[in-house]
Design a protein around this ligand. Sequence first.
Ligand code: NIG
Ligand code: FE
Length: 394
Amino acid sequence: MSSHLITGIGQLVTNDLEHDAAAGVERLGLLHDAAVRVVDGLVDWVGPAADAPEADSVTDAAGAALIPGFVDSHTHIVFGGDRSAEFEARMSGQAYSAGGIRSTVAATRAASDDELRTRLAGFMTELHAQGSTTIEVKSGYGLTVDDEARMLRLAAEVTDEVTFLGAHVVPAEFAGRGDDYVDLVVGDMLDACAPHAKWVDVFCETGAFTPEQSRRVLEAGAARGLGVRVHASQLGPGVGVQLAIELGAAAVDHCTFLTDDDVTALGAFDTVATLLPGVEFSTKQPYPDARRLLEAGATVALASDCNPGSSFTSSMPFCIAVAVRDMGMTPAEALWSSTAGGARALRRTDVGRVVVGARADLVQLKAPSYVHLAYRPGVPLVDRVWKDGVLVSG
Ligand code: NIG
Ligand code: FE
């Protein structure tokens, strides 16, 4: 049993409600002049540095802020190819469409396992270096039984949060035969994929899957024991949010074009609304209105949606900065949504908080306060990152 003490923490974000009253900042559970002891990968003690227990080794944060590792609950980082030309065209006025996914499908099918694995490992390193310690990874660029299964196997090599997204778009070989493709997804593809996944997801949107098709996919996944998550209301309003809530989804992601009924329902049920600021940044769409959701009582998460088409950023600090600047979130709300909110979106209680018994997933900032994540956009403020108590960056 080895112990490690991180002390000299100028500002500690615990997301522990017990600290709220003292902190005066809603939900973040701030402590000042604090220390955290880690034993065997778990947080074992949290409190004032002056009272810190002994440990085998010590890190002095020298007055810096320490926050929970970011929980990035939405990424698509197993893929081949590049779509920078599509991005460049969009910046000159071309609209984003779901069809762009097919060019990544072709490149992913053509890539070997080792090529995909090397690239995925690179993204994981990039994510860790920016403070993300829990990372969900989706399939969705294979769209054959074998290619979807191999994407999931590769994802499972790097994370436990693996999502089957065989219903990402109708592949070219099924053009005009969407229902036939859904037959494949709910049959042979799910048979091959469900053993490698924890979640099922669908892109319920014009140009992707209809509400009826989406329901079939989600119900089939749930029947095989997978948790439900949904991509909805990214490109326009639709019934995807209501479908997600009806099926008890852990999260519905994008939520860019919500009706009043959607917002009311998200406030009333525990399906998390996951907002993806990188998408609106990279597609020049209007940003989702986080304030409206928060005022309705919804639980809001922020995630990167790191993918080659709509949002090729792996940076949660970037997402926080945009959410604060353009989506009506306070810095405290954006930080909570990137950590505890992401944990709720993955139905996890062991991450996203610095409390006794939680995983020791911790980020030391090169800054005295979490506010700097939005206040100093684009500046690399992540100093040291521990995952399960092990230093993975810095
Ligand atoms: O979350 N919305 C669907 N899927 C991705 C985009 C994928 C792509 O364009 O390659 C998303 O934005
Ligand atoms: Fe996505």
